[in-house]
Design a binder for this molecule. Structure first.
Ligand SMILES: Cc1ncc(COP(=O)(O)O)c(C=O)c1O
Length: 453
């Protein structure tokens, strides 16, 4: 065999530090605000929900943050993850582009999410916490936290977005196998759930409100978030840090880096270490965030302070938002149904460092099937949005006759999403309409806060 397909690293090359892009970006011009006082958030405000170590990471100006040895030991169960050169896809597309993908689906939960779940469980355990609550969309995050809690002897209670709970019973069983308790959200266990009972299909925003409410009610319980926050994006940078080394082995550097965006964590994970190169060394790499056309936060939302949850319990964050009580249509990429995005990513989009594009779900599934037929792996509906953009980039490279080097994050497999594939293959999958009217109505309910420039 003359041409290499997989670029793998030994366990000794699991990164020893996370990349904190916050150090390059400097103090945020628009800090998160307390939801009640609208004053900049202090560490004490966050203490009822998160351990101090994570709060410090959230605000840290250190360029790199050491990964605890206990976390690296658990990472060793699946990390370093492989980087593939998609030679068969390149051939199928007849493109001169070099397409690489970092495959995070080899983790026990099947996605990138355990990279932060393990770290979060570790720091909570170290601070004497007994139980973590969380929300989950597609079930990927809930399973990852269930796994991580099991490994550190913590209890785990998960509010699962109604539509996913119905579509993915085996994700629920997976969480239960790892010892978690799972509720369909909106549930009647919380005030927040009861107040949103009319939104039968649920949303990530509602599920977050429920999980936060439960965590606030008990001293030995904390809340854990699978995306959006700075420390979550930070933990995911092991993806990009490994990819840099693996592309060195391939003798390449990416012209384009692509990731799908739900709350922004897997995109941050693959992109931020390369964005550091761009900011520090002036590299010309393009970065493309792929989001669902049915929940187009970065491409159609407004840049404003908004709550992270539906009911309005979380801090106000500066971000592109569709409105905190906007309930996105029930697309199959459940993990991408979120009204906002990581403030760091939003700032990078605002600055023009990151481009954003919206993808319809039928186009994402078309790309997913093309990818699966060429490369074998059946991708999750979420990363299929990134695959769509990667394929379009490869076709554009063909058109331009360029050997463009394309890197995308294959953030998870789709083994629990076969009902969606089934619908697509039978021609029954449709593109759910995004309602401008509903967004405008939700935007009219944005909290009062300073305007963002
Ligand atoms: C496989 C997969 N990819 C991507 C996402 C989107 O989340 P984020 O943007 O935080 O990476 C999810 C969320 O559940 C997911 O399960």
């Amino acid at each position: 065999m003359s041409e290499r397909t997989k670029f793998e690293l030994p366990e000794s090359e699991i990164p020893t530090a996370w990349v904190n892009l916050g150090a390059d970006l400097g103090p945020p011009p628009h800090p998160p605000l307390h939801p009640g006082t609208k004053e900049p958030l202090t560490p004490d405000d966050l203490a009822p929900l998160f351990p101090m170590a994570l709060i410090e990471q959230e605000m840290s100006a250190e360029p790199e943050i050491e990964i605890p040895e206990e976390v690296r030991e658990i990472y060793a169960l699946w990390r370093p993850t492989p980087l593939f050169r998609a030679r068969r896809l390149e051939k199928a597309l007849d493109t001169p582009a070099h397409i690489y993908y970092k495959y995070e689906g080899v983790s026990p939960a099947g996605s990138h999410k355990p990279n932060t779940a393990v770290a979060q469980a570790y720091y909570n355990k170290a601070e004497g916490i007994r139980k973590l609550t969380t929300e989950t969309g597609a079930g990927q995050w809930g399973s990852s936290l269930a796994l991580a809690c099991q490994m550190f002897g913590l209890e785990c209670e998960v509010f699962m977005v109604g539509v996913s709970y119905d579509q993915k019973p085996y994700r629920r069983a997976m969480m239960e196998t790892w010892g978690a308790t799972v509720h369909r959200s909106p549930s009647n266990l919380t005030e927040a759930g009861r107040s949103q009972a009319s939104h039968e299909s649920g949303s990530l925003g509602i599920a977050i409100s429920e999980a936060v409410e439960l965590a606030l009610a008990a001293d030995d319980t904390h809340y854990s978030l699978g995306s959006v926050l700075g420390h979550v994006c930070l933990h995911q940078t092991v993806i990009g840090a490994e990819a840099i080394r693996q592309l060195e082995l391939a003798g390449e550097y990416p012209d384009v880096v692509i990731g799908c965006v739900g709350g922004g964590a897997n995109f941050a994970g693959i992109a931020y270490p390369f964005i550091r190169h761009k900011l520090r060394e002036g590299k010309s790499t393009r970065f493309i965030a792929a989001e669902p056309a049915a929940c187009p936060t970065l491409t159609r939302g407004v840049y404003a302070y908004d709550f992270g949850d539906t009911v309005g319990m979380t801090p106000l964050m500066p971000m592109y938002t569709l409105g905190h009580d906007f309930v996105p249509p029930p697309v199959h990429a459940g993990g991408l149904r979120y009204h906002g995005d990581a403030p760091s990513l939003c700032a990078l989009v605002k600055e023009g460092v990151v481009e954003a594009t919206a993808v319809h779900q039928t186009k994402a599934f078309e790309a997913a099937v093309q990818f699966a037929r060429a490369e074998g792996i059946i991708p999750g509906p979420e990363p299929s949005h990134a695959i769509r953009v990667a394929i379009d980039e490869a076709l554009a490279a063909k058109e331009a006759g360029e050997e463009r080097v394309i890197l995308f994050n294959l953030s998870g497999h789709g083994h629990f999403d076969m009902a969606a594939y089934d619908a697509y293959l039978r021609g029954e999958l449709t593109d759910l309409e995004f309602s401008e009217e509903e967004m405008q109505a939700a935007l009219a309910r944005l909290p009062e806060a300073p305007a963002l420039t």
